[in-house]
Design a protein around this ligand. Structure first.
Ligand code: GLY
Length: 298
């Protein structure tokens, strides 16, 4: 049994961007499935799927990330292997197109789990990871939005009301290993140096191959407070392994405890898929052994 589920964010995705989100989800599922179907490992499938989103200027991760209050891109990502419990993460990085791949390098080539900012950039150079100029990640759309916000003094709009993407993937490979990963440009207009849930293991990402894997989207400040990814894994353990119920109860808890909004994707040990969200839309796609074709919904 192999399975993959991806998401490109839980938020009020505007009508004119729905097709682009569907398209990105379909291509991400395809990239991950290609790895799984040829017997490749879940870690590779998750990285390849997320790379598709990071390269897509329509999506808030990698190129296309929302800009912070200073007009800069600062990205967060994490990845976790649910069999070995290895994990890697980066936060507030500014000069790589693929933060999820740098997180994988942290997992495999450092003695640490989370590297941030300048330290993460130095590590990238040390291990020969491809870097880019921060400006290369800034799209015209995001620059214009940032300028509009400045003009309208939209700082008056509470940052907690600014929603955007975040992308993620969870995959189960033929060996039974489940890997989860998440990557994001974070909340637009955030304070420089702000770190959300996505690079924090247990909050934005968690995997335990004996139970399942989870990736989250939504406002990081709320997700962190309920340790959402690990909470959903614990709920899976308590409910006999039903990923749909665990996802729904996780989102319910996010709302009840901290008034939070967002979405989660889940694969349970054995390959069952679940997802839940309490935002207007949640861009997602999935495919598993035995399905005739991938399903993508925004
Ligand atoms: N969930 C992404 C963030 O809050 O940064």
């Amino acid at each position: 049994m192999q399975a993959i589920i991806v998401h490109a964010g839980a938020w009020d995705i505007p009508e004119d961007r729905i097709e682009a989100h569907k398209n990105a989800c379909l291509r991400a599922v395809g990239a991950g499935w290609k790895v799984l179907n040829s017997g490749g490992p879940a870690v590779e499938a998750v990285e390849r799927a997320i790379n598709v989103f990071e390269e897509d200027p329509e999506i808030d991760s990698g190129r296309g990330s929302g800009l912070n209050a200073a007009g800069e891109v600062e990205m967060d990502a994490s990845i976790m292997n649910g069999t070995t419990f290895e994990a890697g993460a980066v936060a507030a990085v500014r000069n790589v197109l693929h933060p999820i791949s740098l997180a994988r390098e942290v997992m495999h080539k450092s003695e640490h789990v989370l590297l941030v900012g300048e330290g993460a950039s130095r590590f990238a150079i040390e291990v020969g990871f491809p870097t880019c100029r921060p400006e290369e990640l800034i799209t015209e759309r995001e620059r214009k939005k940032w300028e509009e916000h400045l003009r309208e003094k939209a700082h008056a709009v509470p940052i907690r009301n600014v929603q955007r993407d975040t992308v993620g993937a969870v995959a189960l490979d033929a060996s039974g290993t489940i890997v989860a990963g998440t990557s994001t440009g974070g909340t637009p207009l955030k304070q420089p140096g702000r770190v959300g849930d996505s690079p924090i293991i247990g909050c934005g990402t968690y995997a335990d191959s004996s139970a399942g894997g989870v990736s989250c989207s939504g406002r990081g400040e709320n997700i962190i407070k309920v340790v959402l990814a690990k909470t959903v894994i614990d709920l899976l353990g308590e409910n006999g392994g039903d990923p749909q119920r665990a996802a729904e109860e996780g989102i319910d808890r996010l709302y009840r405890k901290v008034n939070g909004t967002g979405g989660v994707i889940v694969i349970a040990a054995g390959g069952k898929i679940g997802f839940a969200f309490n935002t207007r839309r949640f861009a997602r796609g999935y495919f598993s052994s035995g399905m005739p074709h991938p399903i993508v919904v925004v």
